[in-house]
Design a protein around this ligand. Structure first.
Ligand code: BES
Ligand code: ZN
Length: 641
């Protein structure tokens, strides 16, 4: 564009924005933000999405694995419910913005003025862009930071393939660290993407178009024809292979893992069919899993069409597949019908815990489901006893807090028990019908707890006024802790009672451990057994159990984790010896955080734990670093006490 006309355009765009210049590229300004987050909108996003809204995203990115950056552009297609409103505010964190242009209806680029608002910690910085009348597309050229919180970069020495690996984790509000977006679950958009990677690596996304094989060009194309919220944006790059599980299902993993993973996840297609039979069609096309490096901070992440799964659930016997059922269930609860903000997280996670249990019941029977429910119930009681009153509610005010804080057992397990309770009141048939209608009614929408409450009142309560009343429902939603009415659904497990009896028989000296009926125990019975030993065993007892059951050699990570916790508490050396390799290999927060916290509490283990952490840190995800540092009580930057 000629300089004169460029200057003219800038002049026009500068109205209403301070700090514009009349020529040259518009500078990034760091004036304090003068806008306020409006009430009723997501407190964790700067976006003014009632006024301007992203409807489609076009992404074009080059990955540089050595520099640890994604570089390219995002074109945002916009809907403007308030056409006179002339600014677009995006969420960003640590993004290097290089150029912003409006794309005119005739395709011409028009440089626009933009600036950053003040840095607000984990929320990042609002990117304020002048939006001329009539403009419906904006192109932002940018690069990510090597420290982008939502990306983890592993170099060749840190993976099983000996090739680098990169993955994103966008939930709850980290998409803004790799794409400039309206980073709120209230906004949904479709997208397409082109990603270029070195030709010995493959790129995959939570989208349609994942290739079954690497291609020589290193360029991969994706589309997401269904509108999704930003927290479901997902990308990964690595030395990946694919193995089929069924016609619509399969597994991506690094070569070393792919066979074992495919064997472990052989039931994937069946799970998908069970899901459809319960709550209606699977609306996303394919459903694949991506097996992550062990440093993946979570068990699983429900990225659409491609859930990310920790390898720590690959136990060899399918005993930890509840997690896969969980991520699959999110294809309905969460991905299809989405919480409007993180205060409503229980709409995603509570529904999913219930749905997961239904899949597990259909696959493995009511007994296994019941054991899992009992483990959850007990864990919830522990959580409720330790967290603050204000955090014990399903619907929780999170303004001013990091949305990470929302992810406790309350929205998950208490939310799941709320669903159990509704089912218990109206009967399974009526409740399933209600849920099927709910998923249909709100498909591809985001809703809040109050919209759900209104729908529940109009549907289920109106149909069953003698079985449900709103006062009881409001107690579940808005009062802290489990309501009294929850007694009706407290899980009771004979299998666990037999485990307790066996433990007592051993502890009272009545039976030796090798005389206990453990051959028939499920992994969950073992988990219950080891949880029951908290505060009730010493190092000598640990040694006796170890010689009978070789627990220090455990390969099942759920069992091993509990064994390591008991080992720390009792200072049982053979268990403690496994800690360092475990903490160096595994970055799954569910395991690492309690292990570090337990070590930090001992009079002998804290300094050692800090040393382990410093060795492990380069292989940890930013989230695991953050959580481990908090558990150890060390300064984030110095890594010293
Ligand atoms: N959506 C979550 C993953 C997540 C958790 C993202 C916290 C951001 C913050 C996923 O669906 C999940 O809940 N995973 C659980 C497993 C599940 C079986 C409870 C996990 O990772 O442990
Ligand atoms: Zn979940």
């Amino acid at each position: 564009m000629a300089n004169a006309s460029r200057a003219l355009f800038l002049l026009v765009l500068c109205i209403g924005l301070s700090g514009c210049q009349d020529s040259g590229p518009p500078p990034a300004l760091t004036a304090p933000p003068e806008f306020q987050v409006e009430t009723g909108t997501d407190p964790h996003s700067f976006a003014e999405y009632e006024k301007v809204r992203i409807t489609h995203l076009r992404l074009d990115l080059d990955a540089d694995l050595a520099a640890r950056t994604l570089t390219g552009y995002a074109v945002l297609e916009l809907e403007r419910p308030e056409p006179g409103f002339q600014r677009l505010v995006l969420d960003t964190r640590d993004l290097d913005i290089r150029d912003i242009n409006a794309i005119q209806p005739d395709g011409q680029y028009l440089p626009v003025s933009w600036r950053f608002g003040a840095d607000q910690g984990h929320l990042g910085r609002p990117l304020v862009i002048a939006l001329p009348a009539g403009i419906e597309q904006v192109r932002i050229d940018y690069a990510t930071s090597p420290d982008a919180f939502g990306l983890q970069w592993l170099d060749a020495q840190q993976t099983s393939s000996g090739k680098p690996f990169m993955f994103s984790q966008s939930q709850p509000h980290y998409a803004r660290t790799w794409v400039p977006l309206q980073d709120t679950p209230a906004v949904r958009y479709t997208f397409d993407a082109t990603v270029r990677v070195p030709s010995d690596l493959m790129a995959v996304m939570g989208a349609d178009g994942n290739a079954f094989e690497r291609n020589e060009t290193g360029e991969y194309q994706f589309t997401m024809p269904q509108p999704i919220p930003s927290y479901l944006m997902a990308i990964a790059i690595g030395d990946l292979e694919f193995a089929e599980a069924g016609p619509r299902t399969g597994v991506y993993a690094e070569p070393d893992w792919v066979e074992r993973a495919a064997a472990e996840f052989g039931v994937l297609e069946q799970m998908l069919e069970i899901g459809e039979n319960l709550y209606g069609p699977y609306r996303w096309g394919r459903y694949d899993l991506l097996v992550m490096p062990p440093s993946f901070p979570f068990g699983g992440m429900e990225n659409p069409r491609l859930s990310y799964i920790t390898p720590t659930i690959i136990a060899g016997d399918g005993s930890l597949l509840a997690l896969v059922a969980h991520e699959l269930a999110h294809s309905w609860s969460g991905n299809l019908v989405t919480n409007a903000a993180w205060r409503d997280l229980w709409l995603n996670e509570g529904f999913t815990v219930y749905f997961e249990a239904r899949i597990m019941e259909a696959l493995y029977g009511a007994e296994i489901r019941n054991q899992l429910a009992k483990l959850s119930w007990d864990a919830l009681q522990d959580t409720l006893a330790t967290i603050e009153q204000g955090d014990r509610q399903l619907v929780r005010d999170l303004s001013g807090q990091d949305p990470e804080q929302a992810f406790t057992l309350v929205p998950y397990v208490m939310g799941g028990f709320f669903m159990d309770w509704l089912e218990h009141r109206v009967g399974r048939e009526a409740f399933d019908q209600f849920l099927r209608d709910y998923f249909d009614h709100f498909a591809f929408q985001s809703l809040d707890s109050e919209e759900f409450r209104a729908y529940l009142e109009q549907q289920l309560v109106a149909e069953h006024p003698e079985k449900l009343d709103m006062a009881e429902i409001d107690e579940w939603l808005y009062q802290p802790g489990l309501p009294d009415s929850a007694v009706a659904i407290e899980p009771k497990s004979d299998a666990f009672e037999r485990v307790d009896a066996a433990r007592l028989a051993w502890q009272s000296g009545e039976k030796r451990p090798d005389a206990l009926p453990t051959e028939t125990w499920s992994v969950h019975q073992w988990r219950h057994f080891l949880s029951g030993l908290e505060g009730a065993v010493d190092a000598q007892g640990m040694a006796t159990l170890d010689s009978a059951f070789e627990l220090s050699q455990q390969q099942n990570y759920e069992i091993l984790f509990l064994w390591l916790m008991r080992s720390i508490e009792t200072r049982y050396e053979p268990g403690i010896e496994r800690l360092e390799p475990f903490l160096i290999e595994v970055g799954r927060n569910k395991f690492t955080r309690p292990l570090y916290a337990a070590l930090a509490e001992t009079d002998w283990g804290r300094d050692w734990a800090i040393e382990i952490y410093q060795r492990a840190r380069p292989g940890y995800h930013p989230l695991t670093r953050q959580a481990s540092e908090a558990a150890l009580g060390i300064d984030a930057n110095s890594g010293v006490p």
